[in-house]
Write a protein that binds this ligand. Structure first.
Ligand code: NAP
Ligand code: 3JM
Length: 348
């Protein structure tokens, strides 16, 4: 990095992602001259500790971005649509964690291990992909680079923290109520604004985000469209089924891929994963070693295991991919983008 220090704003600072964002900025010792913490008026005035100092959360308004050089947004799509352009107008580079701008052709959609150089084309806003997309493309990019990649079929096992801090509270209270044999009316999951709500405690819900007309959910379409954009391959076949499970943090994915060659072995794929940036191979079935959400919590890497060659399809492989959805899936990927912006001298 250049030795510069930056005025950084975190929008959504009191949320599940925002809290991890602040923690990650501190842990990475990102060069910050001023940290501005923003939320809705509900949390304005709250105190948050950063590097031993007490900071006061302020309401996110257009004027709050005066002097801000880097703004990390995770307060929902409508807040980003309204305030990200206001931050850019005032000279900031925005890294946006919502789906508001991800498919805009003018907006780079970046996972640094995969397409860091796309940052050079930014026009003020850079999008951070969906959590489930990030961990999948980080693990699959080395396969694409080495052998080519034709098809991805993924089923997800997603944690409740991906739906926000209130959804985690709902899961915990509901679980306790279920154990006590008490009634509990679900109000948030699967989707806050949708017609029906279902219990997540002791359940699996095959709906994340709202349904589209084609029968896929918006979360599934995010995975499909974002993967093609990040990997620069509009012809890549991608299908996704996204499921919410009563896990607090850590998304898991069962992934089937078809690569560009028939002669690749499981050991070849393991060797690739061992050397892949940001990826840790955890794959030793004889000793019951495989990735699990509980082990991934608090870690920035993407964990890969259960690598098997398909029994019929010579170019087909199955694998299991796990990562902390709030870190590599959100806060760490955003801070990593910020570090890249500084290292590439894009953030001045
Ligand atoms: P959360 O725990 O519910 O937190 C929401 C945050 O947004 C809170 O800080 C809240 O402030 C703030 N906020 C809400 N309305 C606002 C408004 N009108 N103006 C300013 N701030 C407002 O949710 P989360 O899990 O942190 O997720 C936040 C957003 O990040 C999501 O909506 C999503 O778009 C994005 N996200 C992205 C990923 C990813 O895959 N990259 C993963 C999860 C989430 P108050 O405390 O004042 O309410
Ligand atoms: C993860 O209120 C909203 O617009 C947020 C919905 C949301 C998103 C999204 O679409 O931005 C909740 C959780 C995401 C995401 O990262 O795609």
């Amino acid at each position: 990095m250049s030795g510069n220090q930056y005025h950084v704003a975190v929008v959504g600072a009191t949320g599940a992602v925002g809290q991890q964002m602040i923690h990650t900025l501190e842990e990475r010792d990102f060069p910050i001259s001023t940290l501005t913490l923003l939320s809705s008026s509900r949390s304005a005035g709250k105190k948050v500790m950063f590097k031993g100092q007490e900071l006061t959360v302020k309401e996110a308004t257009p004027e709050a971005f005066e002097g801000v050089q880097l703004a990390l947004f995770s307060a929902g799509g409508s807040v980003s649509k309204e305030l990200a352009p206001e931050a850019v107008k005032r000279g900031a580079i925005v890294v946006d964690n919502t789906s508001a701008f991800r498919m805009n052709p003018e907006v780079p959609l970046v996972v640094p291990e995969v397409n860091e150089s796309d940052l050079n084309d930014h026009k003020g806003i850079i999008a951070n992909p969906n959590c489930s997309t990030i961990q999948m493309v980080a693990a699959l990019e080395p396969l694409k680079q080495t052998y080519g990649l034709h098809k991805i079929i993924v089923s997800t096992y997603q944690a409740v923290s991906g739906a926000g801090a209130n959804a985690v509270t709902e899961m915990k209270e509901q679980s306790q109520a279920a154990l006590n044999g008490e009634e509990y009316t679900p109000e948030i999951l699967p989707v806050k604004g949708d017609k029906n709500h279902y219990p997540i405690a002791f359940n699996a819900i095959p709906q994340i985000d709202v349904f589209e007309e084609n029968g896929f959910t918006y979360e599934e379409m995010k995975m499909i469209n974002e993967t093609k954009k990040i990997m620069h391959d509009a012809e890549l076949h991608v299908a996704a089924t996204c499921v919410r499970l009563p896990i607090e943090t850590g998304h898991a994915e069962s992934v089937y891929v078809e690569i560009g060659r028939d002669d690749v072995t499981v050991d070849d794929v393991k060797e690739l994963m061992k050397n892949a940036p940001g990826v840790t191979l955890k794959d030793d079935p004889s000793n019951q070693v495989y990735p699990m959400p509980l082990d991934a919590v608090g870690k920035s890497d993407v964990f890969v295991g259960r690598i098997r060659k398909d029994l019929n399809q010579k170019n087909g492989f199955h694998m299991w991919i796990v990562s902390d959805n709030l870190l590599k899936g959100a806060a760490w990927n955003s801070v990593q983008i910020a570090e890249s912006l500084a290292a590439l001298n894009i953030l001045k």
